[in-house]
Write a protein that binds this ligand. Structure first.
Ligand SMILES: [Zn+2]
Length: 98
């Protein structure tokens, strides 16, 4: 079954044919890899698009720059993106800016 994946770079919706390896897929709009092993730095609009248009689960870290535990967790969250992509899209939302 085909899946839809939202590009981390340009937020274009890409349709992946059944059986196609998502890890190696490139965006049809901007040409970048659909997954780069890093959480998407999202604003509200990008997050809405990732959630509403992706057929894969989206894991969101809502963080704040002044929050010590948020900052401590950031490296582990980035590491998790390397492990969980392309089955899961990881995103970060700065709660101070959004
Ligand atoms: Zn793109």
């Amino acid at each position: 079954m085909a899946r839809h994946v939202v590009c981390h770079n340009c937020a274009a919706v890409n349709r992946l044919a059944a059986g196609r390896t998502a890890a190696a897929a490139k965006c049809g709009t901007c040409g970048q890899a659909l997954f780069n092993g890093q959480p998407v730095d999202a604003d509200a609009e990008i997050l809405r698009r990732q959630i509403s248009r992706s057929d894969i689960p989206v894991l969101i870290d809502v963080w704040a720059p002044w929050c010590g535990p948020c900052r401590m967790m950031a490296p582990a969250y980035a590491e998790a993106a390397k492990i969980l992509e392309p089955e899961v899209r990881l995103a970060k939302l700065n709660s101070q800016e959004n």
